[in-house]
Unconditional design. Structure first.
Length: 371
């Protein structure tokens, strides 16, 4: 009982901190047959009995075409918890992955991940479910952080909750506070019907390398495991060059943009009452370190960005919009920005025009197209 108690305590805390589950929710659970997804289904089956919330759960197995999986054990286990396993024929996924593999040593994991999410999203829409739950845990989050730093030049990991506006579906990760060791212990303690992975890249991925790399750190510095775990939620100790983004586009350096990176910070803003959309980045606008406004943006496509939620002093908003446009158009050239605020939509075209001088990066331009 030790492991299920630990998992339930972590799930309850995650639900409280991020409002993952509401009464009336209909939640699809991606069930791969691994220890993590089986533990998530088990935990949700118990959590529903004492959470003072009424919600529905449906486990879904995606047949990705990796090989014949014996899922009869999964069906029996789901039935023992009072659920019927939904099996989706998604074998086309493997064909797509092989087409993208080319000369690489294994199929592309990032494309596979996106396709699995898209498949779950489609099923949720088809059968009228509003949330999709994945079994990513805290160790996964730390590994993803290191993978993004090493391979993507980003200090980032996945979010506990993400709302997909176009689909009207919310992705949640109820095990975000859970330790992998507790999930492993539960699988052994309750003899969960764990299936061997059929993925052809299993054991030969960057995630496996990162897991081994972190294991070496934990071996020589055991305290690092808890420190890395705490680091993801320790906003007040997050100090990088861009904690407050001094506005480069203005001579008046008393203004700054502050990224909102934690629930604690959001509680002091109106963003706390708005569902966050996929790819959304939220900011406070500061003047002499005091909040004078709020603003957000998200990428609609490769060259189209929406700037929205402009609140606060007029001068602060003008400065912040100009800064966002200039920063993004350095990397995306040309770019079209759609500014949404009040009763108007303004389209702005921006980019860097080339100069004739050798080695010159050109001049930045901003041109309003229409209102």
């Amino acid at each position: 009982m030790k492991y299920i108690r630990n998992i339930l305590a972590a799930l309850r805390k995650a639900d409280r901190d991020y409002s993952l589950i509401d009464s009336g929710d209909k939640i699809l659970v991606g069930l791969s047959g691994g220890k993590d997804s089986l533990s998530l289904l088990r935990a949700l089956s118990v959590y529903g009995k004492f959470a003072n919330k009424t919600f529905m759960v449906k486990p879904v197995f995606l047949d990705l075409g990796f090989g014949n999986a014996d899922i009869e054990g999964l069906k029996r286990y789901c039935a023992s918890l009072g659920y019927e396993l939904y099996v989706s024929d998604s074998r086309f996924v493997y064909d797509v992955l092989k087409a993208h593999q080319g000369k690489k040593s294994h199929i592309p994991c990032s494309i596979c991940s996106r396709m699995k999410k898209a498949a779950m999203n489609r099923i949720a829409r088809d059968i009228g479910y509003n949330k999709v739950a994945f079994a990513h845990h805290n160790d996964d989050a730390v590994e993803t952080l290191f993978m993004n730093m090493i391979h993507g030049a980003r200090v980032a990991t996945f979010e506990p909750k993400m709302y997909l506006e176009k689909a009207g579906i919310t992705f949640i990760r109820p095990l975000i506070y859970c330790r992998e060791s507790d999930l492993r212990g539960l699988a052994i303690e309750e003899q969960l019907p764990v299936l061997a992975s059929k993925c052809p890249a299993n054991g030969n991925t960057e995630r496996e390398w990162t897991k081994e790399f972190l294991a070496q750190i934990y071996s020589s510095h055991p305290e690092a495991r808890d420190n890395f775990r705490s680091m993801l939620f320790n906003y007040r100790s997050f100090q990088l060059y861009f904690n407050d983004l001094e506005l480069e586009s203005e001579d008046d350096h008393s203004y700054a943009l502050k990224p909102l990176l934690s629930p604690d910070q959001m509680r002091d803003s109106s963003f706390a009452h708005i569902k966050k959309r996929a790819g959304e980045e939220d900011f406070l606008i500061l003047h002499n370190h005091q909040k004078v406004g709020e603003i957000a943006f998200r990428h609609l496509s490769n060259h189209r960005i929406e700037i929205f939620h402009p609140l606060g002093e007029q001068r602060a908003l003008v400065i912040a919009i100009k800064e966002i446009v200039q920063r993004i158009s350095r990397e995306i050239n040309p770019a079209t920005f759609v500014l949404v605020g009040g009763n108007a939509k303004i389209k702005i075209e921006a980019g860097f025009a080339k100069k004739a001088e050798p080695g010159s990066v050109g001049e930045h331009y901003i041109r309003k197209i229409s209102q």
